[in-house]
Every structure is written in structure tokens, then in C-alpha cells.
Design a protein around this ligand. Structure first.
Ligand SMILES: *[C@@H]1O[C@H](CO)[C@@H](O)[C@H](O)[C@H]1NC(C)=O
Ligand SMILES: *[C@@H]1O[C@H](CO)[C@@H](O)[C@H](O)[C@H]1NC(C)=O
Length: 376
């Protein structure tokens, strides 16, 4: 019954991977689970058979912080490399590929029975300087070479790749899925098609995703950009460009009031035959423009409600096949480097103690398990 929620490919990946991992490393996996911070339920156990529970992980912290390492392994069933598989990490000089760090994350996933989600193959920023300096024709060749090489290396052992990240302009409208100026646009106007076609050739079994921010809700302030992404992927499908899903980053704040719009957007993408992944969820305490934050019990509860509502929206939609946060502990959040005051955006606090958001998500997962359980 529960497996109905997972498409065959995803479920197959899970079973194959876990069987292999447990045969080789069963004792290790059990030991890691047994020493996790929460002696009770973990997110991954609560979500077993429902949806992967994911977190973006950072190799430096996995290596240097034993509690980060053991908590990630115990709590999550999917990981994304925060930075280690991006272009500047994997091809720092043209034609010279360095996979050590990306491989290390991939091995951590294998050792702990986790799915691996690749991030990312093509993005318009944070690229190496050599790439920015190429002519348009050279850029197109470099794109094909990079996508083909990276996608082929990890092949089907990756659940999904973010093939293209953040291509759509923030001022796009639904009728005009405008691409933003970047490394790729306007130099390589069809770079999205090129990236997805190359990824499909290099890895026929990988799920290929378009990933972006401010595109989760088809209602409210982000509806124009969400509509533009809907138009982009509809057009790709109509032209036979391979794409399997859309990633909703969901970097949001506690005052985000658009969960109904997220559910509606998931539904219309599902109606196109696409999957949806929640890829980078974090719920900041402070809101734009100043992000000032006073962390209180009331804010913690509002944050927990939002985590719970979004997880429910995902569980209610069969096409939602990953639920993932960007990091997992308030000890390390990319937001704190951007904003003045600590944002407390994640389900574990800075001491790895579970927060209200964690408890609410476990409650939602347990209720979903109960609802899926066949009648006695
Ligand atoms: C995570 O911790 C395990 C157990 O201590 C260790 O063997 C492994 O090397 C660590 N992972 C990384 C990437 O450092
Ligand atoms: C984007 O690039 C085009 C062509 O290079 C240029 O005309 C336009 O002003 C740029 N737009 C922005 C917002 O920078």
C-alpha cells in the first residue's frame, strides 16, 4: 500500500540500494542508528515507505563534526551535496574533473542506505572563472562536455539531478517564461534544452529536474514566476525535451502563507506527468527586507506548523517524491551568513536537539502511516 506513493523506479532504487548496503554494512548502519541523538523515532523511520526525508549535507562538517555526521546518518534517507558536486568543485579547470568531494558525499549516502540527489549540472552563477571567459560557441561545447561527464560518472546511482538550476528571471510573467541573464543566457539561448538532452543521453535512468526558488506556489506573490516555470516545462514536454520533475527550493520564512498555492502548483505539475521534489526547504525566523529575528516559543510553533503543512501537502500528492531541507541543524545555515541575526530555520537546533518542527513532522508522518495501513 505504502509503496504506491513511490514511482517504480524510485522504489526499485531504494530496495536495491538498501539490500546491498545492509548486506555489506548492516552492522554499521544499525550502530549509527542506535547512537543517533533521538533515541525515539527518527524522521527516516517515521517516513519509511512514504517519502524520502532529505537534507543537504556539507563534507567539511561530516568530517569535522561527529554529531553532525551521526545525526545526518540516523535521521535522513536522502542527501544532496551542498556544494561538492557543483561546477566549480567538479571542473575547476576546463577538462580537468575533480570528483573527490562529490564522491565522498556519494559514498556517505551508500554507506548509510540513503538516496543521493545530484546538485547541480548547470547554473548561471557560482561558476569557475574560466567558464565565464569562453565565447558563446565554446560555452555550448563546455556545457555538453560537463553535463555528459558528470551525469555519466554517477549514472543510475543518483535518484535525480538538478539539471538546470535557477534559470528563470524573477520578473518573468506566465506568458513570458523569460530566462535571466547569466553565464548561459543570452550566450547559449537554448542552454536548457542542451543541458537536459545531454543529461538524458549520459544517464537514461536518472530523473532530470528543473530547480528554482520562488516557484513553489501558483497563488500569491510568487505566482508569476511559478507560472513562468510551468510554461517552461510544459513547452519542454510539448517539444519532446526530456524532463521528469520540478524542484521547489522553498527558502521561506515563518510568515509564508502560501501552502494552498504549493499544493495547487504540485497538482498542476503532476497533471503534466511530472514529479515534484521539495529540495531546499528552510523556514527563516525573520522576514524580508531586514530579516530581524527574535526567536520565541510562538515563532517556533509557527515554524513547526509550516513544516507540518508543507509535509502534509507533499504526502497528499503522489507526485511529490522527496521532502528535503537545506541543511538540518541551526548550527550551520547558509542564511546566517547572509542575514544579520540567526534565523533558526531548521528542524534541529544548534546543539542537535530536536525542535517543534521535528516533532510536528514526525506527527504528520505517523498519521500518514496510520492512514496508509490496511484495515485489519
Ligand atoms: C562519518 O562518521 C563515520 C563514523 O565515525 C566515519 O567513518 C566517516 O568517515 C565520517 N564521514 C565523513 C565524510 O567524514
Ligand atoms: C540582459 O542582457 C541583454 C542582452 O545582453 C541586455 O540587453 C539586457 O539589458 C540585460 N538585462 C538585464 C536585466 O541586465
Amino acid at each position: 500500500m505504502c509503496d504506491q506513493r513511490s514511482p517504480p523506479g524510485l522504489a526499485g532504487t531504494s530496495h536495491t540500494m538498501r539490500r546491498r548496503t545492509r548486506n555489506l554494512l548492516g552492522a554499521l548502519v544499525l550502530a549509527v542508528v542506535a547512537t543517533g541523538v533521538s533515541a525515539a523515532t527518527t524522521l527516516r523511520d517515521a517516513a519509511e515507505g512514504l517519502v524520502p526525508m532529505g537534507a543537504a549535507l556539507n563534507l567539511g562538517y561530516l568530517t569535522s563534526d561527529a554529531t553532525y555526521n551521526s545525526t545526518a546518518a540516523a535521521q535522513y534517507s536522502l542527501l544532496t551535496a551542498e556544494n561538492e558536486c557543483k561546477w566549480s568543485a567538479t571542473e575547476p579547470s576546463q577538462g580537468v574533473f575533480t570528483f573527490d568531494d562529490c564522491d565522498a558525499l556519494w559514498h556517505f549516502a551508500q554507506a548509510n542506505g540513503m538516496w543521493f540527489r545530484g546538485h547541480n549540472l548547470c547554473w548561471g552563477s557560482y561558476n569557475p572563472a574560466w567558464l565565464e571567459a569562453l565565447t558563446p560557441d565554446e560555452k555550448r561545447d563546455a556545457l555538453v562536455d560537463h553535463v555528459a561527464t558528470v551525469a555519466a560518472r554517477y549514472d543510475a546511482n543518483v535518484l535525480a539531478w538538478d539539471v538546470v538550476n535557477e534559470a528563470i528571471s524573477d520578473s518573468a510573467t506566465g506568458a513570458d517564461p523569460a530566462l535571466k541573464n547569466s553565464t548561459w543566457y543570452p550566450d547559449v539561448p537554448d542552454f536548457v534544452d542542451v543541458a537536459f538532452q545531454t543529461a538524458r543521453e549520459a544517464c537514461p535512468t536518472c530523473k532530470l529536474f528543473y530547480n528554482d526558488y520562488s516557484i513553489a506556489s501558483s497563488q500569491g506573490w510568487s505566482s508569476d514566476k511559478s507560472d513562468a516555470v510551468y510554461a517552461l516545462v510544459s513547452d519542454m514536454l510539448a517539444r519532446g525535451i526530456p524532463i521528469d520533475g520540478v524542484g521547489f527550493q522553498l527558502h521561506i520564512a515563518v510568515d509564508y502563507g502560501l501552502v494552498d498555492g504549493v499544493a495547487a502548483n504540485m497538482a498542476r505539475l503532476a497533471a503534466l506527468g511530472l514529479e515534484v521534489h521539495v529540495t531546499e526547504l528552510d523556514v527563516a525566523c525573520g522576514s524580508a527586507p531586514d530579516h530581524d529575528c527574535t526567536w520565541t516559543d510562538a515563532i517556533a510553533e509557527a515554524q513547526a506548523d509550516l513544516y507540518g503543512q508543507l509535509l502534509e501537502a507533499c504526502l497528499d500528492q503522489p507526485a511529490c517524491t522527496n521532502f528535503e531541507t537545506w541543511g538540518f541543524t541551526d548550527k550551520y545555515s547558509w542564511l546566517d551568513a547572509q542575514d544579520g541575526s540567526p534565523q533558526h530555520p531548521l528542524p534541529f537546533d544548534e546543539d542537535y536537539v530536536t525542535k517543534d518542527a521535528f516533532d510536528t513532522m514526525v506527527g504528520v508522518l505517523e498519521a500518514a502511516q496510520e492512514a496508509h495501513r490496511p484495515a485489519a
